[in-house]
Structure formats: structure tokens, C-alpha cells
Ligand binder design. Structure first.
Ligand SMILES: *Cc1c(COP(=O)(O)O)cnc(C)c1O
Length: 400
């Protein structure tokens, strides 16, 4: 009995191993890189200090003294965990404070906090749309949006990246019986370009669709006060569903959806990953509240981030690197093949710079890249050092 079980168990695990070997053969095997200590402009990897150029801690808030103090205070005042889901007994005053602050920040009637950006997308999309509805999704949207579309069971029509004309054709051709949603990343996570929101707003209104923007990489960053992509384009009040994360520029964890009172009440009643999951722990909420204040109070952080990104783009372009269509602080250095990309990342680490290789399925086949992101906290010397390191590693790997 035991022997047969062992044999079948062996077979089950052999299947996993086979698949892992196949991933490895294609140069796509992933392993988490260990960071020994907190993140900052520099991190410890294998006991060595290297420049960090691939975190989403754009404004240096993840390890900011005031943000950490706020997280500790929240633990003191509210405990380590919320103890239940929001609709049972997990809604604490601090959750309400954050939701009020987020609605104020976004200039919407209401906001609702979710466990993560992944969950916020799943929650919003899969509760609003159902079988018989249609979702129009940009081809480079984040994986969490793709999964959210699948889970909704709506018909998904993928439109070419940022192509509003193609989208218009698709909208005009499809017959609408149920609801329709246009969904896009605000700032595209792997390319750093910005969604053509004015055109999407026009199309959403003309064809009577909901419009949803994922501002994971725009919250705290884009627009004069960091209020996101809508604010960047001056489209106040014209986006139905604005999702944002607490985990990137705000240096904490969690996410939110901001919109009308009806939308938020609907999500409270219908979004399964809001209802059936434990409320965000107080430490995350406290940290996010403080980060939000810093974001509003210290615009110079955003200015430094944009300046740093501008410097890197200019210097790396003139060093001969190929860059995508970035319009922001996300800078994709396109390498192409997965193996070459890993080799370049390793050569770069030898030179003292950590920039993770991004490979399929995170990016399309043949478009592996180093997605580099400066933060507001990198100094001119740090960036100069990065350019030198990139140039040496690029030459060694025959990329430039
Ligand atoms: C990171 C990211 C998410 C997920 O957010 P988490 O809070 O990390 O779960 C969603 N959408 C986009 C575009 C992202 O980059």
C-alpha cells in the first residue's frame, strides 16, 4: 500500500520536475533573489552592497522613518491583525480613515481598500462584468487584469496596445446586450508608457462603456500632485473606476478602488475578494496613510524621480542601449532573448548594480528586458555609477 503510494507520488512530482526542466531549457527558470536587509537605493546581496535599480519603491517610502513609525503606531493602537473580513468584524477605524483619505486624494465620492492590487483588479472586474458582457482590454495590460477578465466569464476583446482607433472599430462592430468595460493600465508596468486616456474617455462615453484605469504605477507619481493618470490628463470625474496600489510608490501593501458611492457600495456587496478575505493588517494601513501625507506634502520627491529618470534615459540612450517607448520613470532596456537578458543582468550585478531580468510571460517573447527604475532617493553619483556599470556590462555582453 505504502509502496504503491510512494510510486504514484514519485510520478506526480516527476511531472513537476519535467515541467521545471523545460522552463529551465528555455532560459525562463525563475528564482527569487535574496535581499539581506531592507530595500533602499542600495541593498545587500550575498553580503555585497549593490545599487538597487528595479524596485517599485519610487519615492523611497518603504523604509522611510516616518512611514515605519506610523506602521508601528498602528500596530500599537490596532494590533497586528484585523482578525476578520471587513464585513464581519474586520473594519477598524484606521481602514475608514484610509478610505476617506484616498477618496479625498483621488477627488472621488468614495474609495474601498483591498488586500492587494491583484485582488482589487480581480474584485472590481469580476464583480462588475459577467457572462454576456464584453471587456475591451489593452494587449499589454497587467496579468492581474487578464486574470480578472477570465474570472468574470465576460467576452474579452484584446485591442492593440494604446490603439484607440482599433478599439473604436471593435466597439462599433460588437453588439452590446449587456455591460461593456474598457480597461487599461494607466502607466504600463513593463514599458512605462501612458494610456491614451482622453481618447478612451471619449470612446467610453460614445459607446456607453465603463472605463477602468489601473494606476498601480501612477498613484503618488503621475499628475501634478501624484493623483494618477486621470489627473495627469485633467480628466477629473471622467473615469468610472480608478484602481491604485498602496504597494508601489506608497511603500506599503494593499490597494484600493476609487469611484462613485454606487460603485463602492456595489463592490462591498459583490466583490468576492473583498468579502471573503481578511481585512488589511493595521500596519499596512497606517504606513499607507503616512505615505499619502508625504506624497502630498513633498512634491520634490516626484520632481527628483522624474529628473533621475530623465538623466538615465538620456545617458543610456547615448551609451547605445535600446529603450522602449517609455514616457515615465519606468525604463525598459530591451535586450531581446531571455538568455542574453539573464547574462546582462548577471554582468550588471558583477558591476554592482541590481536590475532584474524580465522575461516571458511577463513580457512578450523576444522582448526580454531589464526594467530599470530609479527612485527619488538615488543621488547623481548613484546614477553616474549605474551608467558606467551598464556601459561596461553592455560591452561585455555585446549588447552595445
Ligand atoms: C503591481 C501591479 C498590480 C498588482 O498590485 P499588487 O499590490 O502588487 O498586488 C496590478 N496592476 C499593475 C499594473 C501592477 O503593476
Amino acid at each position: 500500500m505504502t509502496a504503491t503510494r510512494r510510486r504514484s507520488e514519485l510520478r506526480r512530482y516527476e511531472a513537476l520536475e519535467r515541467e521545471l526542466r523545460e522552463i529551465e531549457t528555455r532560459g525562463l527558470l525563475r528564482r527569487p533573489r535574496l535581499i539581506e536587509g531592507p530595500i533602499g537605493t542600495r541593498v545587500l546581496i550575498e553580503g555585497r552592497e549593490v545599487l538597487l535599480l528595479c524596485s517599485n519603491d519610487y519615492l523611497g517610502l518603504a523604509n522611510h522613518p516616518a512611514v515605519k513609525r506610523a506602521a508601528k503606531a498602528a500596530v500599537e493602537n490596532y494590533g497586528a491583525g484585523a482578525g476578520a473580513s471587513r464585513l464581519v468584524s474586520g473594519t477598524l477605524s484606521i481602514h475608514e480613515h484610509l478610505e476617506e483619505a484616498l477618496a479625498r486624494f483621488k477627488g472621488t465620492e468614495a474609495a474601498l481598500v483591498f488586500g492587494s492590487g491583484y485582488l482589487a483588479n480581480i474584485g472590481a472586474v469580476s464583480s462588475l462584468l459577467q457572462e454576456g458582457d464584453i471587456i475591451y482590454s489593452d494587449e499589454l495590460n497587467h496579468a492581474s487584469i487578464i486574470d480578472a477578465c477570465r474570472l468574470s466569464r465576460a467576452t474579452v476583446k484584446v485591442y492593440p496596445h494604446k490603439n484607440a482607433d482599433a478599439l473604436e472599430g471593435m466597439l462599433a462592430r460588437s453588439i452590446a446586450c449587456g455591460k461593456r468595460l474598457i480597461v487599461t493600465d494607466g502607466v504600463f508596468s513593463m514599458d512605462g508608457d501612458i494610456a491614451p486616456l482622453p481618447e478612451l474617455v471619449r470612446l467610453a462615453s460614445e459607446f456607453d462603456c465603463y472605463l477602468m484605469v489601473d494606476d498601480a504605477h501612477a498613484t503618488g507619481l503621475l499628475g501634478p500632485e501624484g493623483k494618477g493618470t486621470a489627473s495627469h490628463f485633467g480628466l477629473h470625474g471622467l473615469i468610472d473606476i480608478q484602481m491604485g496600489t498602496l504597494s508601489k510608490a506608497l511603500g506599503s501593501y494593499g490597494a484600493f478602488v476609487a469611484g462613485s458611492r454606487e460603485l463602492i457600495d456595489f463592490l462591498v456587496n459583490r466583490a468576492r475578494c473583498f468579502i471573503y478575505t481578511t481585512a488589511l493588517p493595521p500596519a499596512c494601513v497606517g504606513a499607507a496613510l503616512e505615505s499619502l501625507c508625504i506624497c502630498e506634502r513633498e512634491p520634490q520627491r516626484r520632481e527628483r524621480l522624474w529628473r533621475n529618470a530623465g538623466f538615465l534615459k538620456k545617458e543610456l540612450t547615448s551609451a547605445g542601449f535600446e529603450m522602449g517607448a517609455s514616457e515615465t520613470y519606468i525604463i525598459p532596456i530591451i535586450i531581446g532573448g531571455a538568455a542574453e537578458c539573464v547574462m546582462m543582468a548577471e554582468a550588471l550585478l558583477d558591476e554592482g548594480v541590481f536590475a532584474q531580468a524580465i522575461r516571458p510571460p511577463s513580457v512578450p517573447e523576444g522582448a526580454s528586458r531589464l526594467r530599470i527604475v530609479p527612485t527619488s532617493e538615488h543621488s547623481a553619483d548613484d546614477l553616474e555609477f549605474a551608467v558606467q556599470a551598464f556601459t561596461r556590462a553592455g560591452k561585455k555582453c555585446r549588447i552595445i
